[in-house]
Write a protein of this length. Structure first.
Length: 124
């Protein structure tokens, strides 16, 4: 089963959603992604700690650019006895094509155990 993703709120704009849609329209290795603000139980403005709980419950890997606070939120999440399918942290200056490529790579060829409870940077 392919990994499923949750795009952090700050990724709603900037073209990533459209790039995922274009990728999915090709019909090859479609990406299952939702954005913070799309599900009724995950509205815009949801605190990061609750985003991690939602991602854990729904089995989704969080995709974010938040390298300032997300590592601290993940540490607190794990320290409280929770787990997470993982976080993919997008490095600065990464192109949309690179992001989509890495999402597809993780979704279909990656080992979910390598992401579990950790942060992996994309590109590597």
């Amino acid at each position: 089963m392919a990994l499923r993703f949750l795009l952090d709120e700050h990724l709603r704009g900037g073209g990533l959603w459209q790039a995922i849609g274009q990728h999915n329209s090709q019909g090859i290795d479609p990406l299952d992604a939702v954005r913070v603000g799309d599900p009724a139980d995950l509205p815009l403005g949801t605190p990061d700690s609750l985003i991690l709980l939602w991602a854990e419950r729904e089995g989704r890997v969080l995709v974010t650019r938040d390298e300032q606070t997300m590592p601290h939120h993940l540490a607190a999440h794990l320290a409280s006895g929770h787990h997470l399918p993982g976080i993919l942290l997008i490095r600065k200056h990464t192109t949309l094509a690179q992001i989509v490529f890495h999402l597809a790579l993780h979704a279909y060829a990656g080992d979910p155990a390598l992401l579990q409870d950790s942060i992996v940077y994309i590109p590597y």
